[in-house]
Design a protein around this ligand. Structure first.
Ligand SMILES: [Zn+2]
Length: 222
């Protein structure tokens, strides 16, 4: 998306004029598609993993994803499979801990402004190593290694109270931290001037979610 991204960063109007017109699926419709896709995944009834060659060829000149997903880099959390989505359906940002770094924020603002995406899902997941490592770092008062400390700083505010309070069980505490982090990152997105205005206008929605490995189910939190 190099040229398009550069255009978007130079000025929103020019980028919007060149944007694909088939995007703009409403927030509620996009959420319904994600729910339905995850339902097919849970039931091992995938329908969008065939016809990939045709889909790829149909999208050589444009893209029109119906939703954006900010998810963890964890190899067990691939958004396209979890939501039974095809090529061109999802605009995905991934990093350890699904955190709103400046690059992630700019990418998602581009998704809204230039691609017309109206739903952004922040997808946390069970047993997240990034959240767990940050939880331990707070508890033990030891920072994570250089470069990972960027992620720690992004995750820490959302879970600091949990880590300090300690839940009744370690597993319960970590799951609470995953949920708290997903909600905190969704709140961070809502603070964006671009996305905040869109949300107030009803033109965009940010939703947090939590994914469980065993059932494969996504629980929508907000
Ligand atoms: Zn993770």
């Amino acid at each position: 998306m190099g040229a398009g991204l550069v255009a978007a960063l130079r000025g929103g109007d020019a980028a919007r004029a060149a944007a694909p017109t088939s995007a703009g699926v409403s927030p509620s419709a996009a959420l319904a598609r994600l729910r339905a896709g995850n339902g097919r995944f849970v039931n091992a009834a995938l329908t969008n993993q065939n016809g990939l060659t045709e889909r790829r060829l149909a999208l050589t000149g444009h893209q029109a994803p119906f939703a954006a997903v900010l998810s963890c880099s964890d190899s067990r959390v691939p958004p396209e499979l979890i939501f039974d989505a095809s090529i061109g359906d999802l605009f995905v940002v991934r990093n350890a801990g699904n955190v709103v770094t400046p690059a992630a924020l700019g990418t998602l603002e581009y998704g809204y402004g230039a691609l017309g995406i109206k739903l952004i899902l922040v997808l946390g997941h069970e047993k997240c190593g990034a959240v767990s490592a940050t939880y331990d770092a707070i508890r033990d008062k030891k920072p994570l290694p250089p470069n990972l400390d960027v992620l720690q700083r992004a995750i820490e505010p959302g879970i600091a109270q949990l880590a300090a309070a300690r839940a009744s069980s370690e597993q319960g505490a970590l799951h609470a931290a995953v949920v708290a982090n997903a909600k905190a990152q969704a709140a961070n997105l809502r603070k964006s001037a671009v996305l905040g205005a869109a949300i107030r206008n009803g033109d965009c929605t940010v939703v947090a979610a939590d994914y469980g490995f065993e059932a494969g189910k996504v629980s929508f939190l907000t």
